[in-house]
Design a binder for this molecule. Structure first.
Ligand code: NDP
Length: 346
């Protein structure tokens, strides 16, 4: 019996649908597979802002010619250093990441720590799939990348920094890793857009208007600047990301990304930095097992009634695996349209 379109989908079935859409839009196997994997994971983990919602932006960026749908990323030869370099060749970051991950893990195990530098990539996904993939090798991870200039530095008024996501992961032996992943702006830009569509005012402290005055009007905020989280602290972390994952790796900073694209409606093109650490190597010769000590810390956090970041996501994942992923009628119709019409649907 053919399942009804609204019956829950397995993750494999959803992956197959998304991959087919990307192949229909002219993406090669490497690009379509990597992007379908990451967006399926977003939908499975109930991260709606980074699930199938991102298909449209992916296709729009392909159609605009701002990402290479046929790119085959290239891994530089091992020079014996801790740097693993991947040239994304203008394709999506996720395909480049998948290529470089085994080498990053091997070198971090060999050297204690290693870094993957991805250049010339487009990144529109969440970062947690990448930190989680590194933790699956028993390594701790940090991932960061710029975005486009939409955030004013604390004390300033003009968009300069990106929403610059930052993610961290710690491997755990008997459970899901400890993972956090967030934008360094007070809220993701998509949240402002959602408030605009719903006709709802923004909470105080999210944004400035084009004259640099605080605003709760989403329209004025989109024409002005968003603010970093945590005042001067988030502003400094966001600046660090511009330095490390933009300037240091010889790639675009958020203002340069905006100059290149000329719009925030397409996915940003820049570089990405992924750091991997071997806790065992760092803790060698010191008292205590780092993994056991980490568990004691996590237990103390949970013991107070607090939750660990990503716990919501892992719970959602377990539910999706057990019960399937249910899309709305509108979402299903949109996927069908993308599959039939390809880039003409955009
Ligand atoms: P959120 O504020 O939604 O969540 C941030 C993190 O905090 C998550 O790991 C979340 O875990 C955790 N968390 C939330 N509430 C709690 C709580 N009460 N206690 C403990 N932990 C908690 O993230 P953002 O809106 O800032 O970012 C959303 C996504 O956008 C990220 O995945 C980021 O990578 C992505 N992004 C991507 C960009 C790009 O250019 N590629 C640009 C900017 C953002 P949980 O999921 O379990 O709730």
């Amino acid at each position: 019996m053919t399942p009804s379109p609204l019956a829950p989908l397995t993750t494999d079935a959803l992956f197959g649908r998304i991959e087919a859409i990307f192949r229909r839009a002219g993406m090669n196997e490497v690009q379509a597979g990597a992007m379908a994997r990451v967006l399926t994971a977003g939908e499975r983990d109930h991260c709606k802002s980074h699930g199938i919602y991102r298909i449209e932006g992916t296709l729009r960026t392909v159609k605009a010619g701002k990402v290479n749908p046929q790119a085959v990323p290239v891994l530089s030869p091992d020079d014996g250093s801790a740097l693993v370099r991947v040239d994304a060749r203008g394709g999506f970051a996720n395909a480049a990441f998948e290529l470089g991950l085994p080498e990053l893990a091997a070198r971090a195990r060999r050297l204690g720590m290693a870094a993957m530098v991805i250049n010339d990539c487009t990144h529109l996904a969440a970062l947690w799939p990448e930190v989680e993939a590194v933790t699956a090798h028993g390594l701790a991870a940090m991932v960061m990348c710029p975005s486009y200039a939409t955030v004013a530095p604390t004390g300033g008024t003009d968009p300069l920094l990106g929403t610059n996501p930052f993610a961290f992961g710690w491997p755990r032996r008997d459970s899901d890793p400890y993972v956090f992943d967030f934008a360094t702006s007070v809220a993701a830009r998509g949240e402002v857009e959602l408030h605009r569509r719903a006709g709802k005012p923004l909470p105080e402290g999210w944004a400035l208007d084009a004259d640099g005055n605080p605003t709760t009007d989403p329209e004025a905020a989109l024409a002005g600047a968003m603010l970093p989280f945590g005042g001067h602290k988030g502003s400094a972390i966001s600046t660090m990301i511009e330095l490390l994952a933009g300037i240091m790796i010889g790639d675009l900073t958020s203002p340069e990304v905006l100059d290149y694209l000329g719009t925030t409606t397409l996915a940003p093109r820049h570089g990405e930095l992924i750091l991997a650490f071997s806790p065992g190597a760092f803790a060698k010769g010191r008292p205590g097992d780092p993994f056991a000590r980490a568990e004691a810390l996590f237990e103390a956090i949970i013991g107070q009634g607090a939750r660990l970041p990503s716990q919501r996501r892992f719970k959602a994942r377990a539910a999706s695996v057990a019960e399937g992923i249910t899309l709305s009628a509108e979402e299903t119709a949109q996927l069908d349209r993308f599959l039939v019409s390809g880039l003409d649907a955009i």
